[in-house]
Design a protein around this ligand. Structure first.
Ligand SMILES: *Cc1c(COP(=O)(O)O)cnc(C)c1O
Length: 395
């Protein structure tokens, strides 16, 4: 087996997204092969022993490593500017693997509070059972971050932009705070992808992904990944190979082809989102638009510094509360009514009654998830068709 030069960093990221990490067999196929095998054979008992001990590099069992999964890991590591990546079955498996490998009972997590719902649940209700406590702070408030640090804080966690209100957290500032206290910073980069933002270059120690979203890009498979230094990823890898939240080779193969189109998809989806956001801002029934690419966004300047563009997810508040919001969600004929994001097919959802329905009404209100809020994850359809689909119930 041979591979393209995965670390030829003289290539542009757009080229690396297509070329890095590709491994070819003796048949010299031009696309990445799918190695659907659970185990690998050995020439001798001695070779098997050396590989199981890790004295000899090679493939033994696909829970540990698999060539298709390795190709995905190498490509993503290069795109994020990390030394190494480990792939997982889902984004949640990636977070779990980070927490289980980096923390122990008695440790404390300090996290931004606007998180993907299952992450909040993992921190508050599952990790707490194992003696790991989490404090949640307003991610946009540096003073709150500073005041939240405790002597036993081992890990800071953030998601930027947040979902659905697109709050931007200053990765560089939070990284400095983490390092001043000897803690690690982990950033969830699922919403921007490495095409728009490279948190490791801003000071984060680990980046995690729900590969289910923009990395796949077509809403086909579940997947996750963690990227960082060799030393940190080795610890996460040891957890994954033992506990088993490993990525399936088939899903890695789908995700590799997803990465090939990541940059063009993101560029066009972000352009569509910006145009849609501007148009929504001019609609009389729309009270407010949340989109980091609009000058009206409270953190427009920070977003411009930190991200290559505003991203492909926006939210807006309708005058008229829940009934007006449901009317827009029910009115679309093309856009998919589903909570997923990152798909080339645009999606629409009402956060207060779906993704954020399980938190109390007071907590929702405090977090800005008001009844009139609608979130759109913008895809690749023609932007005029997107406008027309939303306009059905906006005028
Ligand atoms: C979807 C998502 C996750 C969880 O990923 P799964 O692949 O669904 O397990 C984590 N973080 C963010 C920001 C997400 O959007």
């Amino acid at each position: 087996m041979s591979s393209d030069t995965p670390n030829d960093l003289s290539l542009h990221p757009e080229s690396l997204a297509i070329r890095a990490g590709r491994e070819t067999s003796q048949f010299r196929e031009n696309s990445q092969s799918l190695y659907l095998t659970s185990s690998f054979t050995f020439d001798s008992a001695e070779q098997a022993a050396a590989m199981f001990l890790g004295e000899l590099d090679g493939y033994t069992y696909s829970r540990f490593t698999n060539p298709t999964v390795t190709a995905f890991q190498q490509r993503l590591a290069v795109l994020e500017g990390g030394e190494r990546a480990i792939a997982t079955a889902t984004g949640m498996a990636a977070i779990q693997a980070i927490m289980m490998s980096m923390l122990k009972a008695g440790d404390h997590i300090l996290s931004s509070r606007s998180l993907f719902g299952s992450i909040t649940n993992l921190f508050a209700n599952l990790l707490s059972k194992f003696g790991v406590e989490t404090t949640f702070v307003d991610g946009t408030d540096m003073q709150a971050w500073q005041q939240g640090v405790r002597p036993n804080t081992k890990l800071l966690f953030l998601e930027t932009p947040s979902n659905p209100l697109t709050e931007i957290v200053d990765v560089t500032a939070v990284a400095e705070l983490a390092h001043a206290h000897g803690a690690l910073l982990v950033v969830d980069n699922s919403f921007c992808s490495p095409a728009l933002q490279q948190p490791l270059k801003l000071g984060a120690d680990l980046v995690m992904h729900s590969a289910t979203k923009f990395l796949d890009g077509q809403g086909r498979v579940m997947g996750g990944a963690v990227v960082g230094s060799d030393a940190l990823i080795e610890q996460v890898y040891l957890h994954v190979r033992t506990a088993g939240p490993s990525l399936s080779p088939f899903n890695a193969w789908v995700l590799l082809s997803g990465l090939e189109t990541l940059f063009v998809r993101m560029e066009k989806q972000c352009a569509n989102a910006l145009e849609l956001a501007r148009w929504l801002e001019s609609q009389p029934m729309v009270e407010r638009v949340y989109y980091p690419g609009l000058p009206s966004h409270p953190q427009y300047e920070l977003a411009k510094r930190q991200q290559r563009s505003g991203g492909a997810v926006l939210a807006f508040v309708l005058k008229g509360g829940r009934s007006a919001a449901w009317q827009v969600v029910d009115g679309v004929q093309m856009i998919s009514r589903t909570a997923n994001v990152g798909d080339v097919k645009s999606t629409i959802t009402h956060p207060a009654s779906t993704t954020h329905a399980r938190i109390s009404a007071e907590a929702r209100q405090a977090a800005g998830i008001v009844e009139g809020l609608v979130r759109v994850a913008v895809g690749l359809e023609h932007v005029n068709d997107l406008k027309q689909d939303l306009a059905r119930s906006l005028v």
